[in-house]
Each structure stands twice: as structure tokens, then as C-alpha cells.
Design a protein around this ligand. Sequence first.
Ligand code: ADP
Ligand code: MG
Length: 353
Amino acid sequence: MMFENKGDSNKGISELGEFGLIDHLTDKFAISQETTVKGVGDDAAVLACNSKNQMVVTTDLLLENVHFDLSYMPLKHLGYKAVVVNLSDVYAMNARPTQITVSIAVSNRFPVEALEELYAGIMAATKIYNVDLVGGDTTSSTTGLLISITALGTVEKGKAVYRSGAKADDLLVVSGDLGAAYMGLQVLEREKQVFLVNPKSQPDLEPYSYLVERQLKPEARKDIPQLLEQLGVFPSAMIDISDGLSSEILHLCKQSKVGCNLYEDKIPLDPQVITVCEEFNLDSTTVALNGGEDYELLFTIKMEDFPKIKGNPHLSVIGHMTAKEEGVHLITRANTKIPIIARGWNALKDEKE
Ligand code: ADP
Ligand code: MG
């Protein structure tokens, strides 16, 4: 066991956390190619292409029993979701996705029909988002199913939006609503436990339809970059919400070297999230902050652009950026100021939410 963590002189992976680990491993890599416009650290890398356009590249890895549970995730939905989570990162750069590659590792417990289902989902996503499947790799797995997707996209030179462009006084805006995918997961986990005890039970998921759909069949917000262009608003910074609102706000603040005030009463929640949070005895703000997998876009705009987005049903202003020294805070309904710390889903942390 060459890589076993033996003494406490070695720093544990869980101590570093996911982002600490990425920094630690990639820090010493210098950029040497003229065509590398943006390397590690944003939702996608940006590469010079020609005088007019740039390319973006992003990749994601999904592992059975870490990122998905096949006891309630239909394979068709899994294929669809695996594509969508990658495309979400492309839209977060203000780019348009063009191609994907799909790599899988499968154990022989899967019949061909199962993989056909997976690919039916992948195909549905390629049609809806208008991307071409152009390659991948296939290998065997001794454990579970593994899916790795890479997405490529294109953006006009000068139009890419990074995590690093937010300025003090910019408004913080989010699309859609938050927390539903996480609550969908709670519902599905609960039904799984019920099913394990009583396999004859038939769950009634109707009251949870929106939540379950957000968990099993998320969509990437391809409409938002288009909408912003129509409205004449160019975001100063943007990120997609995969890990949770608090984690993504911290990424924006860190990379833009600014602080932020987030207002609890402005966080958009679907009524079903509020009801089901009560049922599960969970605080809906905590769920919206830390739940993750919403795949909404979080971005900042200049204050003077507020009239252009005001009242738009797809967009909510949830806060504003401040000077870095002011820190990153949640302003609660009771008007108290609480520091925001990253407690988003983190695969490498031992303690799970
Ligand atoms: P996202 O949540 O948007 O998919 P991640 O948090 O996965 O982004 O990754 C943050 C940044 O770190 C991205 O630029 C990604 O390409 C890079 N990254 C993640 N893991 C690695 C790795 N093992 N080696 C090199 N770069 C990585
Ligand atoms: Mg992202």
C-alpha cells in the first residue's frame, strides 16, 4: 500500500477538503502554452481558438454510491443528468456547449439493455442542448458504475465570464430557486429506507414531484446567458451552483477578492421546499445554502443594471458584494449578521450533512 496515509505527519485528504486538495495538487503547474487563456480554477478552462472565438473545456466524474444510487436513479435519468451537470459549467462561463465525450467503466452485472438506457438519457440531453457526442472511452469496473463526461463549448473572444470579475457594490443575482434538489434526495432516501423494510410499499411521490424532478432530472440554465444578452446585461462574474449557494459565493468572493452580504429573506425557495423542509424538520435557509445540485447560475451585475433585470421571474437579487475586508455574511430575517462558511456537499469530508 504505497499511498496509505500512515503517520499524522501526512496531511489527510479530508483535512484539506476538496478545494484545498485541488489547490495543493495543481499549484505548481505553470501555464506554458500561449493558447491557455484560463487554466485550473474556474467552471471551465478557456482556450484560444481563433481571432473571433475561444473554446471552453470542463469535465466531471460521477461514481456509483458516491454521486448516485441506482436503487432510485433510473439509468436514463443518470445519463441525462451526467451531461447536464457538465453543460451547466459551460453556461457558467457564458459559453455555448458544442461537443461532449463520454467515458464509462462498467461491471458485468449490467446487461446491455441497462447501458442502452444510460445512452438513451445521454442522447436525449444531446438533442435538447444541441451538442454532438464525439468520443469517449469504455472499460470494465470491479466496483460500481463510473461515468466521466467532458464538455466543450465556444464563446466569442472577450465574452467569457469568470469567477474573478465581481466588484464591490455589484449585485448578487441567482436564477430559479434553491434547495429543491437536496430535498428531493432526502425524499428519495427516505422512500428507499421504507422500501428496504417493506418491499411491497408503493411510495406516493406526488406531493414531492418538483423536488424529485430537480434531483433526478435537473436542467442546465441555457436560457439565462441568452436572457442576459437580450436584456443587455453583461455579468461581471458567474458560477453555477453545484455544491451549494454558500460554497459558490465563497468561490466568487475569494477569486474576485471581494466580500458579500447575502440576504436570507431574498433567497428564492419553491413552496414545496418550504413545506417539505417543515416535514423533515430542516431549516430551509440551511438547505438552500448547503444543499447543492441546483445547477442554477449565480452571477454579479453592476448596480446600474438593476432596472434591466428588476421583476424578471427567472432572476432574484439576493445580495451585494462589498469590500473584501467586510467579509462574507448572511443577513438573517432577524437582521443579524452571520459569517458564511463553506458547508456545501464535499465528497472528501468525513462528516456528511
Ligand atoms: P465545478 O464544481 O465547477 O465542476 P470543481 O470544483 O470540480 O468545479 O473544480 C474547480 C476547478 O479545479 C476547475 O477548474 C477544475 O477543472 C479544477 N480541478 C478539479 N479537480 C482537478 C484535478 N484533479 N486536477 C486538475 N484540476 C482539477
Ligand atoms: Mg461549476
